[in-house]
Write a protein that binds this ligand. Structure first.
Ligand code: HEC
Ligand code: HEC
Length: 287
């Protein structure tokens, strides 16, 4: 008799937990994190341009078309202006291109050189009356391949840490207070240039979560309509490292918390078994 009652109670608890776990939680999740397509590291919306070619010629092209604004330190082309001056001239400090072939996707790079505004998904912010600082480069598609080949070759042997990739890709706009990183471009200058301040990223991993960040960085427009931030164009590997870095800053106790969680669950299971054995013993004596 009592065994049946216990079974009923167990079934009731199991159903309540099941409804919460498979029903309510996913529902809440889908409201807080609306379903969007996953991050697209193939950049399917972009043109299939060549990403290989003659690196030698690519270097000639890069030194013709890029170094007026960008440094390529690794190949001996330093910045022509201080960061301060560059920020006030362009609205944002143009990044050094030494490692661009390693951290950015090749197809993205070719498209960026051909049509920056479209590739960065910024046409709602920049147009003929408000021109984007980086202009389209008037070269053939084959020459785009040459240039991408040059940047890939230049970066072939670079090994960057998670933090170094983050600094290259994000710090011209964003600060990370908790890691003493100050954005290269002053935040008011960014706001004047893009129409929104770039927030400090120290705690972003906590407020947004890794999954949302992964989609956002890959394509800001997808999760934030009319976002001021350009699409960054990182390869999947680089982007995972950027998120790992943000995790290490904003959620440094994550590993610890997860291992404590496992210990706690083990502890509860042992306690449940002990409680059950104890109960059986008491009832046994009473009968
Ligand atoms: C007139 C100045 C100018 C020229 C010329 C120029 N750029 Fe840029 N570039 C910029 C500025 C400014 C940015 C930063 C824009 C931003 O982040 O909103 C930028 C950004 C970039 C980025 C980073 C894109 C990203 O996804 O974050 C790459 C890569 C790049 N440029 C490559 C090149 C290459 C290659 C050339 C030569 C073919 C070139 N640029 C020519 C001004 C220039
Ligand atoms: C050219 C400047 C620029 C670059 C480069 C840039 N961001 Fe941003 N970012 C912005 C701006 C501006 C905003 C504010 C967007 C808005 O309010 O529309 C923003 C917003 C964000 C947000 C907040 C999104 C939200 O949900 O509120 C995150 C997270 C973020 N950026 C991460 C990154 C990471 C990671 C990188 C490097 C991989 C990066 N950003 C590179 C300018 C930039």
């Amino acid at each position: 008799m009592s065994a049946l009652r216990e079974l009923k109670i167990f079934a009731f608890v199991a159903i309540v937990v099941g409804v919460l776990y498979w029903g309510v939680e996913p529902l809440a999740h889908s409201i807080f994190h609306p379903k969007t397509t996953p991050a697209d590291f193939k950049f399917s919306d972009l043109e299939d341009l060549p990403t290989t070619g003659n690196a030698e010629n690519g270097k000639t092209l890069a030194t013709t078309y890029c170094i007026a604004c960008h440094s390529i330190e690794k190949d001996g082309y330093p910045a022509l202006m201080t960061n301060e001056l560059a920020a006030s001239v362009y609205g944002v400090v143009p990044p050094d291109l030494s490692n661009s072939g390693a951290i950015y996707d090749g197809k993205f790079l070719a498209n960026l050189i051909k049509d920056p505004v479209k590739t960065l998904k910024l046409s709602h912010k920049f147009n003929d009356s408000k021109p984007f600082p980086m202009t389209p480069t008037p070269i053939s598609d084959d020459e785009l391949g040459d240039m991408v080949a040059y940047f890939k070759e230049l970066a072939a042997d670079t090994k960057l840490s998670n933090k170094e990739i983050f600094v290259e890709a994000c710090v011209r706009c964003h600060s990370v207070k908790y890691d003493n990183i100050v954005a290269l471009t002053p935040s008011d200058t960014i706001a004047g240039y893009m129409g929104a301040k770039a927030p400090d990223l120290s705690m972003m991993i906590r407020s947004r979560g890794a999954e949302t960040l992964n989609k956002f960085i890959n394509d800001p427009q997808k999760t934030l309509a009319n976002a001021a931030m350009p699409r960054v164009g990182l390869t999947q590997d680089s982007q995972e490292k950027v998120i790992a870095y943000l995790e290490s800053v904003g959620d440094s106790k994550k590993d610890q918390r997860e291992s404590v969680g496992k210990i706690l669950i083990g502890f509860m299971i042992i306690m449940a078994i002990l409680a059950y054995l104890w109960k059986r013993k008491i009832w046994h004596d009473l009968h």
